[in-house]
Design a protein around this ligand. Structure first.
Ligand code: R5P
Length: 311
């Protein structure tokens, strides 16, 4: 069974194929001079794409990857349907339909934070993207989605997986935290899982977002004096949430503060900013980044196995 991807998800797809003892196939994707994308299933891989179910690893971030994912899914779908008709007259132009069997594994689901209509006139972007993708594949595996509820009621197989076990393992080996902190209520379940796996204390902060760059935490007494604390979140973007939480921990006497997340977006110089506030930053490789040393492939493989059992 092949695991396939375009260029940006090659590493994750390769790791996933090794874990699942499957073959990795790189699909063609490049940009035209005007920035538009081009994708193709290489002619020599067509038989393999048709032989068994296919797992496409593709992010929906940044925006250009949303379109790339749709185009790759459609290219795979056409090949599996046997629609190979082409202007060059390359043979065969038509083959039998081999049926369903396209799984989309999404390491980082872009737009996941627009999961509600916060103001009238807005669109629930996360849901729109799921609706589009569901037209082109037979099931999805999504890693550490910001809020699963956004997919409620979708008549489509989606398996949610998490890298928190691998993050807990990394923190335990390299940081030995005494205390895990969730920087807001949204990350409580993930951070609790990490605390339980490591067997250490846990608490959370109440966060109010003023704008994309400004957040406020409600002051809270935390028993962190002389303790090593790891703040665990689903994603780090500007780093504002982590920096503010770390400042609160330092004021209360924390000995060391580390940050861990599944999705390291690290926008606008976040890594340098974080270096002034925390002792270490740990992330998975769901997005390519310099701190992405925890593989997200084991979590994706758990979801793919679960989904395959449903087919
Ligand atoms: C929001 O609820 C998320 O879980 C993260 O806490 C947030 O997106 C992090 O963003 P930033 O790094 O910009 O504060």
């Amino acid at each position: 069974m092949p695991v396939v991807s375009g260029s940006s998800e090659q590493n994750v797809a390769n790791s996933l194929s090794k874990i699942m003892k499957m073959e990795y196939i790189k699909l063609e994707d490049r940009k035209f001079p005007d920035g538009e994308g081009y994708v193709r299933v290489p002619g020599e891989e067509i038989d393999k794409i048709r032989s068994e179910p296919v797992i496409l690893v593709s992010n929906t971030y940044p925006d250009s990857n949303i379109l790339k994912t749709i185009l790759l899914l459609k290219a795979i779908g056409d090949v599996r349907k046997g629609d190979l008709s082409n202007l060059k007259g390359e043979e065969p132009q038509k083959l039998a339909d081999v049926g369903k069997g396209i799984i989309l594994a999404i390491p980082y689901y872009g737009y996941s934070r627009q999961d509600k209509r916060f103001s009238k006139g807005e669109v629930v972007s996360a849901r729109v993207i799921a609706n589009i993708m569901s037209n082109y594949c037979d099931g999805m595996v999504i890693l550490d989605l910001h809020e699963k509820k956004v997919m409620d009621g979708l008549d489509f197989p989606i398996i949610f997986v998490s890298s928190m076990a691998e993050i807990a393992d990394k923190l335990e080996k390299e940081v030995s935290p005494d205390f895990i902190l969730s920087p807001d209520k949204g990350a409580i379940s993930r951070a609790t899982k990490v605390a339980n796996l490591i067997g250490c204390e846990f608490s959370y902060l109440e966060k109010k977002r003023i704008d994309a760059h400004t957040i406020e935490h409600t002051p809270k007494d935390l028993d962190v004096s002389n303790k090593i604390v790891a703040i665990v979140d689903d994603m780090i973007s500007t780093g504002g949430t982590i920096c503010r939480a770390s400042d609160a921990l330092r004021r209360q006497g924390a000995l060391e503060v580390h940050a861990a997340c599944t999705h390291g977006l690290f926008t606008g110089g976040a890594i340098s900013k974080l270096a002034n506030h925390v002792d270490g930053v740990h992330s998975t490789d769901s997005l390519s980044n310099p701190r992405g040393l925890v593989s997200c492939a084991p979590a994706l493989s758990r979801g793919v196995k679960q989904l395959l059992e449903m087919f």
